[in-house]
Design a protein around this ligand. Structure first.
Ligand SMILES: [Zn+2]
Length: 299
């Protein structure tokens, strides 16, 4: 299995806005969990007139702590990387308090495929940005400028933001130092995700600041290992099908050894995303794309 050099060294004081670089501060929301690590990192860009990136879950306590940590400063911009419930609901709370303009790619996507039996978890369906941004657009503040980079895959509306002055990519859940990113169909799409990883290899970002966990200080080798890891997973799913293992429930223990029980549903969704990838390439067939469908190789 391709090794990703994960970094789980991270500590934070909940409720404290901490400086992490000359132009970036971060406050972590108290929503730790198996997918959020210590919690959602909310970033503050600039000084005096600031942008807030990913205000986090619908948690008035977290937004209150953020506001208390910015005495005499004004929030002028609110940016969302994507519409999972641990990232974007806080935009509404923060807008209510500051009347700042909310930026994002758009509302939560409906996914490339819609089938009744696949219900996505954790989506913030109420998010509507004031301004929809696209790749290459630049959002300018008083002493900072942020370039938008659409990186669909984790969700179809996932967008990263580069703080140009530091060549620092605020990368949301696209790439994380502590873990792989979850690709959950129907809105999550593996083929699109892999393209969005490749995109990062031709950019000039010096450091990544994910919303969960520590920064990635040498991004390109890390992204390459992320891509290799996914390709290995694709090969593993193919190999299960070659052994005539047809059901996701039977593939998961073949592919994921030493998987904690609570991570099984996420692993199953990840295998599903890989099967959809292979179906779209004409390699695999099924009567029913779902978690309990039977899958087989074509030819
Ligand atoms: Zn997410």
């Amino acid at each position: 299995m391709t090794a990703i050099k994960f970094n789980k060294e991270f500590s934070c004081d909940y409720g404290v806005l901490e400086r992490v670089s000359p132009m970036l501060r971060r406050i972590v929301a108290p929503n730790p969990g198996p997918f959020t690590f210590h919690g959602t990192g909310t970033y503050v860009v600039g000084k005096g007139e600031v942008a807030v990136i990913d205000p986090g879950p619908n948690d008035p306590g977290h937004i209150g702590a953020l506001m208390s940590a910015l005495p005499g400063e004004r929030v002028t911009h609110i940016l969302a990387t994507h519409t999972h419930k641990d990232h974007s609901p806080g935009c509404r709370l923060l807008k209510h308090l500051t009347n700042a303009t909310v930026y994002g790619y758009g509302p939560h996507g409906r996914g490339w495929i819609l089938r009744d039996e696949m219900v996505e978890e954790g989506a913030d369906m109420e998010f509507i940005p004031d301004i929809q941004v696209r790749t290459g657009e630049v959002i300018k503040g008083k002493d900072w400028s942020i370039e938008c980079v659409h990186t669909p895959g984790h969700t179809s509306n996932h967008i990263c933001y580069q703080l140009r002055e530091e060549k620092a990519l605020l990368c949301g859940d696209h790439v994380m130092a502590w873990s792989t990113s979850i690709i959950s169909p129907p809105d999550g799409n593996l083929a699109v995700y892999l393209d969005s990883l490749e995109l990062l290899l031709v950019r000039d970002d010096r450091i990544f600041w994910p919303c969960h966990g520590p920064p990635i200080e040498d991004p390109k080798p890390f992204v390459k290992s992320y891509i290799a890891h996914r390709q290995e997973r694709i090969r593993q799913v193919r190999s299960c099908l070659q052994k005539r293992i047809q059901f996701i429930d039977d593939m998961v223990p073949e592919i994921y050894t030493r998987l904690p029980g609570h991570m099984r549903p996420a692993a199953a969704r990840s295998v599903l995303s890989t099967l959809i990838f292979l179906i779209d390439r004409g390699e695999v067939s099924t009567e029913k794309i779902s978690l309990d469908g039977a899958y087989e190789l074509i030819g």
